[in-house]
Design a binder for this molecule. Structure first.
Ligand SMILES: Nc1ncnc2c1ncn2[C@@H]1O[C@H](COP(=O)(O)OP(=O)(O)OP(=O)(O)O)[C@@H](O)[C@H]1O
Length: 276
């Protein structure tokens, strides 16, 4: 089928300064498996990308490359202007906000919500200082308020619901004022109300011109917040389509990505999909 596959073109060299992620010919192989192959992808400062694909497509692997948590087996990855393999990743990571289920599992259950957020500024999980600066506390509380969970600041992480944990980790990912925000399935496990609330909050961030570049991984088009500008469809470790969301999100491309005959519908600024 006539699937669009348009790697983002950056003809003007000056544009390179605006790239927060640049992957060229990237492959990742582990234990005889090809997780990603021949991937070319760029993210600019003012772009908000959604990465969509079925289970096992390589989405988390892609995000871990962008988070400087993983090195490619082949090809080159630049993150925030630095080439992976030639940069101290411990200096790079505080410039990146990253939330994932793997991170949630590493948070100590007895940590308070406020400390989970504040400790991001120190690139640690778990409280390690007797007292944080009061500025840090103010910033953390501001972020908790923006995510609608300020009332949970003194609760321990282990007592939170799934949705409250997700919001705590998003607040944490914003604590360092990151230049790029990476969200791995932020709406997974949320009920309908929780999902809609999160989509609305992420949409507010996406439309804020001062917000960092964003990449959101999801399985569901329903979870794409209005304001997201670009989409990368991944299937079996390869790009199926990539580019402006309006060009890429089509029934045809979605069907090719998920290997089923799917129909995509748009209602206002939201997307919905079902099998034909
Ligand atoms: N260390 C590893 N060794 C071998 N295979 C691996 C390894 N890590 C991941 N994989 C495989 O690579 C593929 C891609 O994994 P990845 O987690 O990136 O996919 P995903 O698109 O995020 O999937 P999901 O939507 O289910 O979270 C999967 O088939 C996974 O089993």
């Amino acid at each position: 089928m006539g699937v669009v596959s348009e790697p983002t073109q950056h003809s003007d060299l000056a544009d390179l300064d605006d790239l927060v992620v640049r992957m060229a010919g990237v492959g990742v192989r582990r234990g005889g498996n090809t997780l990603l192959a021949d991937l070319d992808w760029s993210v600019e400062l003012d772009e908000r990308w959604v990465v969509l694909g079925p289970n096992g497509a390589g989405k988390t692997t892609l995000l871990r490359l962008a988070a400087a948590e993983l090195h490619p087996t082949s090809g080159t990855v630049h993150v925030l202007g630095e080439r992976l393999g030639r940069v101290d990743v411990f200096e790079l990571r505080p410039r990146i906000g990253f939330t994932s289920a793997a991170l949630a599992n590493r948070v100590p259950g007895d940590e308070t919500v406020r400390d989970v957020v504040i400790s991001a500024g120190y690139a640690v999980l778990g409280r390690w200082r007797e007292a944080y600066e009061s500025l840090d506390t103010e910033r953390a509380d501001e972020l908790l308020a923006a995510l609608g969970i300020k009332h949970l600041a003194t609760r321990t992480f282990g007592t939170l619901s799934e949705g409250e944990r997700k919001r705590t980790l998003i607040a944490r990912s914003l604590m360092t004022d990151p230049e790029m925000l990476l969200l791995d399935e932020p709406a997974a496990g949320l009920d309908l109300g929780g999902r809609e609330d999160l989509v609305a909050r992420l949409s507010t961030f996406a439309m804020d011109p001062d917000a960092p570049a964003m990449v959101l991984v999801t399985h569901h088009v329903e979870e794409i917040p209005p304001g997201f500008t670009h989409a990368l469809l991944l299937g079996d470790g390869r790009t199926v389509a990539s580019g402006l969301i309006d060009d890429v999100l089509t029934s045809e491309n979605l069907s090719a990505t998920f290997g089923q005959d799917l129909m995509l519908q748009r209602s206002g600024d939201r997307f919905f999909a079902r099998r034909r």
